[in-house]
Design a protein around this ligand. Sequence first.
Ligand code: KG4
Ligand code: ZN
Length: 334
Amino acid sequence: MKETYILGIETSCDETAVAIIKNGKEIVSNVVASQIESHKRFGGVVPEIASRHHVEQITLVLEEAFTNSKLIWDDIDAIAVTEGPGLVGALLIGVNAAKALAFAKDKPLVGVHHIAGHIYANRLEKEFEFPLLALIVSGGHTELVLMREHGKYEVIGETRDDAAGEAYDKVARMLELPYPGGPHIDRLAHEGEITIDFPRAWLEEDSYDFSFSGLKSAVINKIHNAKQKGETLKPEDIAASFQASVIDVLATKTLKAARQYQVKQVIVAGGVAANKGLRAELESKFADTDIPLLIPPLSLCTDNAAMIAAAGTINFEQGKRSDLTLNANPSLIL
Ligand code: KG4
Ligand code: ZN
């Protein structure tokens, strides 16, 4: 059987990434140029700066992806690109690069949803078994997605306000930690103790939705009140207490949904999947069940193009094609 090689392009936020994947599961090359250093001093991603960096980096990253792969254009079966969601100016750089290459090299073009990419990052580690439940926790998303087959996504729960990573980044800013704050809170949390009983938004009994804005406000109020009263709160303890609340809700709802839908596999994806506390809590909760839990290595949790090529392979195999009218869609639905 002929091998399938898909070239993936990802520029939805602050990583310029190009990768080549073989048969949907094997990384041939995976190049990521991160812009974090440029955004750090602004405390978050600045869209205009992101777009400018993508323009500067895309050709270099593409060249490096080919050099690492030892393949040539003739070997490539299709070009997959993140069409949304994300920052519109950032997405446009990837989409336009993909369209130009598809036209110039006469290759099929396949649009990919960024979250489908995060889910398919896991397939680079292990073959999927359906029904499958995916917990997606990133800077822009918090979703529980049920999959009964390849390429079909049922969102059974999502955040009603802030994404988990967004809550981490906002609390980190209150604690005067650098951007992105998630890893810093994670580290501090392990040095602190759970001394504050922060709220947990369970929402309605049968809901798999999430809400983190109340928790974020509770943390901010606690810090303000302590300052006014002249009390000293240890940042480590705030981090530990905040993290305990986030993890409790994420892990409990994931386990409940996994049981209700009798899934054969649970996967975790997105930047917050790098969180040590979340990994440990999910591992301990699922250890008591016979449901296999899969958490990808850190390099595949954060944005990359290998995951876009992996999800793009499925779209390609299912005959889904985009044409040269493909546009960036910042609020694309899964
Ligand atoms: O998936 P990702 O790289 O980009 C988006 O698509 O959003 O996720 C980035 C998010 C940031 O909010 C960052 O603070 C968070 O993931 N993050 C973490 C950790 N590492 C990254 N949050 C908690 N604990 C971590 N160890
Ligand atoms: Zn992402």
